[in-house]
Every structure is written in C-alpha cells, then in structure tokens.
Write a new protein. Structure first.
Length: 432
C-alpha cells in the first residue's frame, strides 16, 4: 500500500506548486516522508533552497529537519509515486475559470506517472473538474487508466493567508478519491500531518463542491453586509455601530463590510457560477453577491472624492494617501487586491495618489499594476487619507498622527474597516 511505502521512505511524495498552499504542506509532509517540492519558477525554488518563503508566510525555522528536495526540473518528479497538485486556479478578465495552471500541472504529472501511483489535487475547482478535465490528460499522457492503473484523489486546501492559528495541522482535512479504498489510503497519508482529523467525502465531486461553497457562502454573506453599508450610508448611520449592536444576539452572524479581493473569496464563486451555467442554471444570489462585492472598491473611491469636495478642497488639485495595498491584512500578497479599484476610481477624477504598505513589495506592485509604493508617507502633503488595509502596524495609530500627514493638520480620513471610528474628533471622517 502507498502509505506503508511512504512512511518507510520506500516511495517519495511530490508537491507540485509551492505557493502559499503548496509550500506549507510540502514542509509538513517532509517531516514524515521523503518529499520532492516542484515549482516552475526557478527563482522561487532557489529561495526555498535557502530556507526562504517567497510568500513571506513561513519563518526559516519551518524548513528545519525536513527531508525535502526543491526543484524546477520535471525529470525529478519521476522519482515520486504520490503527487499532490497545489497550483493556483484564477479567473480571467471575463470572470471565467482559468484552468491553465492546473491543466499544465496535470500534463507535467501525466508525463511521469507510473502504474500504482496516486495523484491528489488540492486546487479549488468546480465540481467535476478533476475527473472531467484533469484525469483525461493524465490518462492520455501516461497511457494508463484511472482505477486499474493509478488512483486519483481530491483534498481541498483550506489555508488562510496571514492566519497563524489555523494551519494545515489544525484544520480538519476533507479527502476523497476515485474509490473508497484509495480514499482511506489517502486519508492515512494526510493524517500524518493533520492533527484535527480527516473527513472522508463519498466522491471527488462532493469534495470539490464542499470547497467551492465554503468561500461562496462567505462571499454572499459579506455582500449582504456591504449592501447594508450602502443603504446605511444614505441614512448617515455607521455600519460598524449597527453591527456592534446586532451581534449582541447569540445567533447573529459576524460578517463585516469591506473590499473582497484575493485568490479565494473573490474568485471561487465564479467557478461555481460557471459550472451552474454549464448544467443549465443561471445563478442569481451568487452573481448578485459578486456584483456588489466587485463594485465596492469603486464605491469607496467615489465616496473619498465626495468627502474631499465636502471639505472644500479642489479635487483636481488634491493628493490622497492610501495606506495598505495587499488583498487583506498582515499578508504580502497583492493578487486581485481591490485596493487598486479604489485608487483607479480616484485617479479617474484626476486625484494624485500615494501608496504605502509595510507588507507589500513595491517592485511587484509596479509589475502587476503599474503603481509604486513609497517607503514612507510625506508629512503635511495630503488632503485625504484612506486606510484601506488594517495591518497590525496601523492598529494603534491615532488622530494626531493622521494630522501630521494632512495639509495644515486638516482633511479627510477614510477608514474602510472602521478602526478609528470612536477616536476621531476633528477630521472629516467616513467608513463603510
């Protein structure tokens, strides 16, 4: 059995894709098994050989005592017998699934696949993708048949970037496979690195659906609160004050308004919408939620311009500081960040925008969006400040600090997450 061979290190395990999902699980596996960590980006691979996490999520100590070989050489994958695919599954500019990375990974594995091997997919996809899109590639390139010659499984990743308490060991792991015997075998492998327990899903499609609805549910709930924020703003009622009162009821769900970006909540619902359309159903609630959340960045940008006008300033001559550029707090990841929508909307009114962020990389920001991140904000230069991302570095800032950045100590403070709403007395203040 594959588990026995892995635990005795008579067989090797490979992780394909060493991003914020793949690297942590590869390192955990490497404490129990002999692991090959594969990524197509040689620069990233070299960083990992030097015990550096390109995603800046893991400390150097996480690489200690790990039996792992980092490589970008496809031939090295031939030495493995248990493959875990953990590559991104983004959307394109039409909000349609971009299966390029996962299909490319399937082709890579298909060229090295051998009889009795296991292939496990962790990438978030729509129900049916593993068996309908990936398996045919594995079979065609290997000349083998799923079931009789090799086994396939699906175990959705549940990594939450920036979250130090919920990790691979502490989150219950859903596993599935092409048959139940294989499912329990896969479960035994994952049980070596997951302390929270294993849930055996009856089918691969069930496991795929369970993952995609997790983030869809969050997206729809956040969209409801965002829409409530739009309504309450028209009544001059602070949304966070309302939520603070409402959550005193034991069964009120604690969701909050904000910018919904990144590579999970802002992406996964589109995979479900796409598959629903394929089977003849046009999603209403999910599509509506996506529309609301995708529009929030432009809404915040427009509200900022309105507040600048309300303060008596000329928008055409205004300068705004945006604090925070990543897709969420306390991470360096800028992929699909909706802060860019806020900036673009302000720029459409000819507002000059400066950006600072203690977590984001300026070179990466310029490459992705053509925007630069300043090392420090400029004192006394701004007409408005937008605190867009609640990094830890911003939590203790006070009104006196913001006044040092504003022209003559006066101006607008836009506080998207409502961090300072109870402590601003003099500045023109607005939050969602």
């Amino acid at each position: 059995m594959i588990y026995d061979k892995l635990i005795k290190k008579e067989a090797r395990l490979a992780v394909i894709g060493l991003g914020y999902v793949g690297l942590p699980i590869a390192l955990e596996f490497a404490r129990k098994f002999s692991v090959i960590g594969f990524d197509i980006n040689e620069k990233r691979v070299e960083m990992m050989r030097n015990h550096e996490d390109p995603s800046q999520e893991l400390e150097k100590s996480k690489f200690d005592n790990c039996d792992i070989e980092f490589t970008s050489n496809l031939d090295d994958l031939r030495k493995a017998h248990f493959y875990v695919v953990a590559v991104p599954t983004p959307i394109n500019n039409m909000n349609l699934p971009d299966l390029g990375p996962v299909l490319s990974a399937s082709r890579a594995v298909g060229t090295v696949l051998k009889k009795d091997d296991y292939v496990i997919f962790e990438s978030t996809v729509y129900p049916g993708c593993t068996e309908e899109d990936c398996v045919p590639i594995l079979e065609e390139l290997s000349g083998l048949k799923m079931g009789s010659d090799f086994k396939v499984g699906y175990s959705p990743e549940r990594i939450n970037p920036g979250d130090k308490s919920h990790n691979i060991r502490t989150i219950k792991k859903v596993v599935s496979a092409s048959d139940m015997d294989a499912c329990y075998e896969v479960g035994k492998v994952y049980a070596e690195v997951v302390d929270a327990g294993i849930h055996h899903a009856p089918t691969i499609k069930t496991a795929e659906a369970s993952k995609v609805i997790e983030n869809t549910q969050r997206d729809v709930n956040i969209a409801l609160i965002n829409e409530l924020s739009l309504i309450l703003n028209k009544m001059n009622i602070n949304t966070y004050d309302v939520l603070e009162s409402a959550r005193t009821k034991w069964n009120f769900l604690p969701f909050y308004p904000g910018l919904v970006g990144g590579h999970c909540i802002g992406v996964d619902p589109y995979y479900l919408v796409y598959k629903a359309k394929k089977v003849g159903y046009h999603s209403k609630v999910i599509n509506s939620g996506r529309y609301v959340n995708d529009s929030m960045g432009f809404y915040v940008g427009k509200q900022t311009v309105k507040k600048i006008l309300e303060s008596g300033k000329n928008v055409l001559e205004s300068r705004v500081l945006v604090m925070g550029a990543t897709f969420k707090e306390n991470v360096s990841d800028i992929r699909n960040t909706k802060v860019v929508d806020v900036i673009r909307e302000m720029e459409s009114f000819s507002v000059r925008v400066d950006i600072v962020d203690p977590q984001a990389d300026s070179e990466e920001m310029h490459h992705e969006y053509g925007l630069n991140i300043l090392p420090e904000p400029k004192k006394g230069e701004y007409d408005a400040i937008v605190v867009a991302v609640p990094h830890n570095e911003y939590l203790e800032l006070d009104e006196a600090y913001f006044k040092t950045l504003l022209k003559d100590g006066k101006g607008v403070l836009i506080d998207i997450k409502g961090l300072y709403r109870k402590n601003i007395k003099d500045l023109l203040y607005w939050s969602l």
